[in-house]
Design a protein around this ligand. Structure first.
Ligand code: GDP
Ligand code: ZN
Length: 373
């Protein structure tokens, strides 16, 4: 969709005021007449226009997109950058100049965001105005794609933005490969509409013959499948190539070797990890904060302790079927349109399983998922 640049009248919510009900424009206009909002330091540079109620709105020159309003900024004073970590209203940004900036968020952005905590999140691409001593102010957040969010109390909280693939890691042994966990993450990736790469680590612990069926199952689904050994270096070059210039989130149970793989892929990583985590440790809510790890060859890996274990995106039971791509041709054969492919008679999917057209292992993952194990 082409973006249209125009003058926008932006209705502002007053400082420290509780959010008015959505769509209640009259009420908000009356409120602002009765009690004009005093501009604070941050707002002082935004231009005011009009009279009366309208003067409580600010006019900004901006572009409009699905996300609402994005302010246009004096580009000559700004740097583009990537948010490595974000906590409260502070973000650590890596500028395109290679330096790191401790940034605050321009109030106008926070006010326009539907949820202040989501104004700027890890992974965002931002325009910011550098100040002295590694400080900066974020002026604009580029539209997001591939967001990972957590919903709490009915509100969506974005944890990471602009993820474009999931690296699903399992291990050939210690712990044993859990195919149903891989399938879960595949559904999550499908729901998030991002590419999935399946990596089976610790291949040094098993015979190649035992891995052929895994290669077949996931290869046929159209996934990249990489067999690796972080300790012996197998598959590392291939992983490096698959991660290059992408923003990747790691998924997989603990102990499969995710950290070891990252260290093998990026030998200088230990340095990068510690410098980011030192910064994160300044605050209290450190354990949940997502951080980005920069790869030397280009690209980013999202390190989010919580996400490694959890489902990446919420998927309802009814949605699961659609993400088992190999079921699709057979679903149309089911006698009942609302067939769940578990107990029904005349089920195309179950018949396909009986004839080995659908792998039993994948089918069992499906059943576990919709039964909510
Ligand atoms: P994470 O929890 O997924 O980050 O896993 P770690 O990277 O911490 O690795 C867990 C354990 O598996 C460690 O003891 C590693 O030394 C071991 N490990 C990692 N990769 C391999 C591998 O390719 N082969 C073998 N045999 N052990 C590995
Ligand atoms: Zn069916």
């Amino acid at each position: 969709m082409a973006k249209k640049k125009r003058k926008l009248r932006v209705e502002f919510r007053k400082n420290r005021e509780k959010r008015a009900r959505r769509g209640d424009l009259t009420r908000r206009a009356v409120d602002s007449l009765e009690q004009p909002a005093a501009p604070d330091d941050f707002d002082a540079r935004e231009s005011l226009s009009g009279k009366g109620a309208l003067s409580r709105r600010r006019t900004v020159i901006g572009t409009e997109d699905e996300a609402g309003v994005v302010r246009d900024v004096d580009l000559s004073k700004c740097l583009s950058g990537r948010v490595l970590s974000s906590r409260g209203l502070h973000s650590l940004v890596r500028g395109d100049d290679g330096a790191r900036y401790d940034c605050t968020v321009r109030r106008v952005l926070r006010t326009m965001s539907r949820d202040e905590r989501n104004a700027v999140v890890t992974g965002d691409i931002v325009l910011f105005q550098p100040g002295g001593e590694g400080q900066g102010v974020i002026e604009r957040v580029e539209p997001r794609s591939g967001t990972i969010s957590r919903t709490s109390k009915g509100r969506e909280h974005v944890i990471v933005a602009n993820v474009d693939q999931v690296l699903i890691v399992g291990s050939a042994g210690e712990p044993a490969l859990k195919a149903n966990l891989i399938d879960r993450f595949l559904v999550s990736a499908g729901k998030g509409n991002v590419r999935a790469v399946v990596c089976v680590n610790k291949v040094d612990l098993t015979e190649p013959a035992g891995l052929v069926s895994i290669a077949g199952i996931y290869g046929r689904l159209g996934c990249e499948v990489v067999f690796a050994s972080a300790t012996q270096g197998a598959g590392i070059g291939r992983l490096r190539a698959l991660l290059k210039n992408r923003q990747t989130v790691l998924a997989g149970q603990s102990g499969v070797g995710k950290s070891s793989l990252l260290n093998a892929i990026e030998p200088s990583l230990e340095l990068a990890v510690s410098s980011v985590s030192e910064w994160t440790q300044k605050g209290r809510h450190t354990t949940r904060a997502a951080t980005l790890i920069e790869l030397g060859a280009g690209g980013w890996v999202v390190d989010t302790p919580g996400i490694r274990q959890l489902d990446l995106w919420d998927v309802s039971p009814e949605e699961v079927e659609g993400h088992f791509v190999e079921f699709r041709p057979f679903v149309t054969l089911c006698r009942f349109p609302d067939c769940t492919h578990t107990h029904e008679t005349g089920c195309g999917v179950q018949q396909a399983v009986a004839r080995d057209m659908i792998t039993r292992m994948r089918y069992e993952s499906y059943v576990r998922m919709i039964e909510g194990d």
